[in-house]
Ligand binder design. Structure first.
Ligand code: NOJ
Length: 520
């Protein structure tokens, strides 16, 4: 088993606009983030994933980059970023950046040039066609936008202001290699590659088929043949620098698709949304996904139950059930894989809901709302549809304390603060001995100090009466973990050479236990 820092790391995802505002504009920024590094270090976090912070009109909060070499002024200056990086490294916290190379903002210089004329040198950086095919945008509606200046359509898998790059063009590949080198050279420890299996490497092929429900199946527009080749080039470029890490966002619910992108020549790990974004709690489903990752993936899986693209863990999986939330944290921190915690999860932050269209900031929510209105739906129904697709739910400002705006900002934040901040916040959680936050700290500390949790194989992975259990072994050391999701208590008897690491031998419903084998 090769030792590498990322196998020993608990990652923490920070949604850039929402963590800590230092300059009173209602958005988080690097100075704010730097001021919270002690908190992050104290939590035991060894790696942060920052959602996009490069210059962007922020139609999709930075997933629409207009300049790959500049920091978005909302988040500060290049010096602010460098200070953040230096301070993070001083605390032994690695920093991985979210890199979006499937598409750019239509405000990027490349696109602005490309759209000028058919023979502009940048034209082929993007994908243009005289006639669109049936491919749909992932945000809803057609993936094609007509440009009257040159009488052609350009392709956008996401918003119309996010044009897809043409990965079949070697110049684009070279440009992106330059971008990677620039940030690696500055000292970032790796990347989270956005929708990386969506790259258009083969151009526009056949129409996509439609399933029985009338929904488009993304058969030809994603996982194109050249995607692996593109990933290999990215990997090689990243490998020009020591010790860097790549996690890929792979949009697919098929483990066979996910696993093919993992490997030494490809991505270190990939997100598996079958596990991470389960819509409601099911111990059996969680177990099945653990089992499927174990039998299918040759390398480490990732373990997470939250991100900026899905409703909060607590609402989906543990509503009014802080004990279950803690057990799910314990599971992600002790099972085999790389854990990712979404900011605020550690205090049990909850979803926010939009009461009006003005409160839906998310481009996906807005697009669905607008399409519904166009179809002639009533406002109430359009709002319901918009809300269903609205990803803002889990993007509200971090709740630091009970002062106005939750200590996130001194002014009204870009998105509303959850009203429960008066009692649910970091400061009050730190003071309560048995709070979710303090238990997260305990669990992360345990994972950080136990090589078994970082490197151990499973010798057993079992499910019985709604309880999940597994044993992990490394260098002759064994730890057995039980998660009781049944309605009854579970009695565990210790063997002679066993001792309790965490939890109690009578495992109450929604509680857990960890037992270590010790040598006599
Ligand atoms: C995936 C990101 O996680 C999501 O937030 C974004 O909207 C799309 N990629 C488009 O970049």
């Amino acid at each position: 088993m090769e030792k590498t820092w990322w196998k020993e790391t608990v990652f923490y995802e920070i949604y850039m606009p929402s963590y800590k505002d230092s300059n009173g504009d209602g958005f988080s920024d690097f100075k704010g983030l730097t001021s919270k590094l002690d908190y992050i270090e104290n939590l035991g976090i060894k790696g942060v994933w920052l959602t996009p912070f490069l210059k962007s009109p922020k139609v999709d909060n930075g997933y629409d980059v207009s300049d790959y070499y500049a920091i978005d002024p909302t988040y500060g200056t290049m010096d602010d970023f460098k200070t953040f990086l230096k301070q993070a490294h001083k605390r032994k916290v690695k920093v991985i950046m979210d890199l979006v190379v499937n598409h750019t903002s239509t405000e990027s210089k490349w696109f602005q040039e490309a759209k000028k004329s058919k023979d502009n040198p940048y034209r082929d950086y993007y994908i243009w066609k005289d006639n669109p095919n049936n491919w749909e945008s992932f945000f809803g509606g057609s993936a094609w936008e007509f440009d009257s200046l040159t009488n052609q359509y350009y392709y956008h898998k996401f918003d119309v202001k996010m044009a897809d790059l043409n990965w079949g063009n070697p110049k684009v590949v070279e440009e992106i290699q330059g971008v990677l080198r620039f940030w690696l050279d500055l000292g970032v420890d790796g990347f989270r590659l956005d929708v990386i299996n969506f790259l258009t490497t083969e151009g526009i092929t056949s129409d996509n088929p439609t399933d029985e429900k009338g929904e488009q199946e993304h058969l030809y527009d994603i996982n194109q043949k050249g995607v692996k080749e593109a990933m290999k080039i990215i990997r090689e470029t990243v490998n020009e620098f020591d010790n860097r890490f790549i996690v890929g966002e792979i949009g697919s619910d098929k483990i066979e698709v996910l696993k093919q992108y993992q490997g030494t020549e490809l991505l270190d790990v990939v997100f598996n949304f079958n596990f991470g974004s389960i819509p409601e709690f099911s111990a059996q489903r969680i177990f099945k996904e653990l089992q499927s990752m174990e039998s299918n993936m040759s390398n480490y899986p990732t373990l997470f139950f939250g991100s900026h693209d899905m409703p909060r863990l607590i609402n989906r999986l543990a509503k009014n059930n802080p004990e279950r939330a803690e057990s799910l944290a314990a599971l992600t921190l002790t099972a085999k894989g790389i854990p990712f915690i979404y900011y605020g999860e550690e205090i049990g932050m909850e979803n926010i809901e939009a009461d009006s269209m003005e409160e839906i900031k998310d481009i996906q929510g807005r697009t669905h709302y607008n399409l519904a209105i166009k179809k002639g739906e009533y406002i109430e129904e359009a709002l319901r549809i918009g809300n269903e697709h609205n990803r803002d739910k889990s993007r509200s400002p971090m709740q630091w304390d009970n002062t106005q705006f939750a200590g996130f900002s001194e002014v009204l934040p870009w998105i509303k603060v959850h009203e429960n901040y008066t009692h649910l916040n970091v400061l009050s959680s730190e003071k309560q001995e048995n709070s979710l936050l303090n238990n997260y700290k305990k669990l992360i500390t345990l994972r950080n100090s136990e090589p078994v949790f970082q490197y151990g194989k499973y010798t057993e992975l079992a499910f019985s009466d709604n309880s999940i259990s597994f044993t992990r072994i490394f260098n002759g050391k064994k730890i057995k973990c039980y998660f009781n999701f049944s309605e009854n208590s579970l009695e565990i008897k210790l063997k002679e050479n066993e001792k309790v690491l965490l939890g109690a031998l009578t495992i109450k419903p929604n509680k857990y236990l960890m037992v270590k084998s010790v040598k006599n």
